[in-house]
Design a binder for this molecule. Structure first.
Ligand SMILES: [Cu+2]
Length: 86
């Protein structure tokens, strides 16, 4: 393996290591309006890379960079807009 390949791998790993994923159930999710509200609110957060709400399973799935935003911030935002998570 060449040095440059090793360098690239290290860089990629370094970036991936700061990404976290959380998948939680919010019982108050009931329709597409809820889905839209949550996705809009969370995707405006710096550091949130992807947010996906599944209405059927009432699940909020979030990919975020934990050097830019904490799970505490994300979950308190969810509670604030009316979707507390356990
Ligand atoms: Cu709804």
């Amino acid at each position: 393996m060449s040095n440059s390949t090793q360098e690239i791998r290290k860089t990629l790993k370094g970036e991936l290591d700061t990404m976290s994923n959380m998948s939680v159930v919010a019982e108050d999710i009931s329709c597409n309006h809820c889905k839209h509200t949550i996705e809009q609110a969370l995707s405006s957060y710096k550091g949130v890379q992807r947010v996906s709400v599944d209405v059927g399973s009432k699940t909020v799935d979030v990919d975020y960079d934990d050097t830019q935003v904490s799970w505490e911030e994300i979950s308190s935002e969810l509670a604030e807009i009316g979707y507390p998570v356990s």
